[in-house]
Design a protein around this ligand. Structure first.
Ligand code: P71
Length: 458
């Protein structure tokens, strides 16, 4: 299969009816939800592009795997299957299951971070940074400047700025590890190159610092390396994934993305002593170290999902379907983040609504308008997601004010996505009369999940 004649390498065996609603029903639903798409009921949503997390369609083999779940409290055979598959495809000898990605982040952060530590990384992710902060650390962004520029077409916007990294290490009291995501979610699903990761490894070695990978979408990162990095055209996604992981000491994983399951995560480690510590903390927070808060059947679905996720035809169809949506939007003149990323198309709300100041939540408003138009649910990734600075209490003002159209894996057809593009195009045509929002309720942690808003009048 070439990139020009790609198609989904599967056929559909079970389907689920989706709700079709009226504009009146959607307006009532959005007002009930305080203009926050996280607070909509999924029965009010027609096409759900909130997230690619836990929303993938499992295969017949994964569903069959549920039936061979071994629900023994200790030593479930499905754990050993998962361990074997992770060793084979990711290469970490120690595998500790967790209920999802943030469970892994919690344990790893508590284990490695001491009060006053600095953790440099290629752009923050909400849960990752929060766990680093709760453990007493401070996250410092060392991603290249291009990552913060939605119009830069740099092929590896997830790259670390090595000079920034060196400076942070020199100035910090202690750096427990460099936090590397492949791909970078908040930059638009943008990859880090193998060459850059190798340099990060060298810098870390020079200072005896660990490199910890957020492997949540590392398979998608591997596809971009194959597509864009000289020397990798002929390698399989699986080979590239293994090479990437080999440059790191540990990883946290949310299996809900790349691994095609609805729940689950794990920690990967090379060091025996750290693995023993992680297993011990797992017992405290997640469950025994052979189930980590998951049922045996979940472990089996992850093990099978990992194998399916590294299939070249699968990854190619996944990435190219996302790209097709992005290209449809570009053809309609809608401003999006380039290059089109791995798991989502990101609308640039600053260019979409240049007349709405960031304090009036342009991306939050845009997500609401898209829902009103077609029942398509998307997610704000801008000032609301960025939260407040813990020191000053002021809003953080991220350069990127985005709306994410996130594509679940193996769930929607191109026709669904064509309908979404048409809807966003209509919202774009009406953009001039649209105003911002005011926040009327703000929770303490990860406010974007539960904050409520009201449209500004006029
Ligand atoms: C996504 C999510 C889920 C999510 C999380 C927080 C706010 C909104 C949505 C989760 C990730 C992720 C990366 C790179 C760790 C996690 C946490 N992403 N790293 O994009 O993207 O994993 O959800 O399994 O706990 O919608 P978890």
């Amino acid at each position: 299969m070439t990139n020009d004649d790609w198609f989904e390498p599967y056929k559909i065996k079970a389907v689920e009816r989706i709700p079709i609603t009226t504009r009146e029903q959607r307006l009532a639903a959005l007002e009930d939800a305080g203009w926050n798409t996280f607070l909509l009921r999924s029965d009010q949503v027609t096409i759900d592009l909130l997230t690619d997390s836990g929303t993938s369609a499992m295969s017949d083999r994964q569903w069959a795997g549920l039936m061979i779940g071994d629900e023994a409290y200790a030593g479930s055979r499905n754990f050993y299957h998962l361990e074997e598959v992770v060793r084979r495809y990711y290469g970490y000898p120690h595998v500790i299951p967790t209920h999802q990605g943030r469970g892994a982040e919690h344990i790893l952060s508590e284990m490695l971070i001491e009060g006053g530590d600095t953790i440099p990384g290629n752009m923050y992710f909400t849960t990752t940074r929060l766990h680093q902060e709760l453990a007493g650390g401070t996250f410092v962004d060392v991603v290249i400047d291009e990552a913060h520029d939605p119009q830069s077409l740099h092929p590896f916007k997830g790259n670390v700025d090595i000079e920034k990294l060196e400076k942070v290490i020199e100035r910090a009291e202690r750096v427990p590890y460099v936090s590397i995501a492949g791909t970078v979610n908040m930059a638009g699903g943008q990859p880090i190159s193998m060459a850059n990761l190798r340099t990060v490894r060298e810098v870390a070695d020079k200072h005896s610092i660990m490199v910890v990978l957020d492997a949540t979408r590392a398979v998608e990162n591997a596809y971009f390396v194959k597509e864009r990095e000289p020397g990798y055209e002929g390698k399989s996604v699986a080979e590239i994934l293994l090479e990437m992981c080999a440059l790191t000491d540990a990883c946290t994983m949310s299996a809900k993305k790349d691994s095609l399951v609805n729940i689950g995560g794990w920690i990967g480690l090379r060091d025996d002593d750290l693995a023993a510590q992680a297993r011990n903390l797992c017992v405290v927070y997640e469950g025994l170290h052979t189930y980590g808060g998951l049922a045996g059947r979940d472990l089996e679905a992850i093990a099978i999902g990992v194998e399916e996720s590294v299939d070249d035809d699968h990854v190619r169809a996944r990435i190219l379907q996302v790209r097709e949506l992005g290209e449809r939007l570009q053809a309609l003149g809608v401003p999006i983040v380039g290059p089109i990323g791995g798991h989502a198309v990101f609308l640039d709300a600053k260019r979409f609504y240049p007349h709405i100041p960031q304090e009036e939540f342009p991306a939050q408003r845009l997500a609401g308008e898209i829902y009103l138009d077609s029942g398509t649910r998307t997610m704000e990734r801008g000032i609301v997601s960025a939260g407040r600075d813990p020191e000053t209490g002021e809003h953080r003002h991220p350069a990127l004010e985005l709306v994410r159209l996130t594509i679940p894996r193996r769930v929607y057809t191109s026709r669904h996505l064509a309908a979404v593009a048409g809807s966003v195009g209509r919202v774009h045509e009406r953009r001039e009369g649209t105003r911002g929002l005011e926040m009327v309720f703000e929770p303490t942690y990860l406010r974007f999940f539960q904050a409520r808003f009201r449209p500004l009048q006029g």
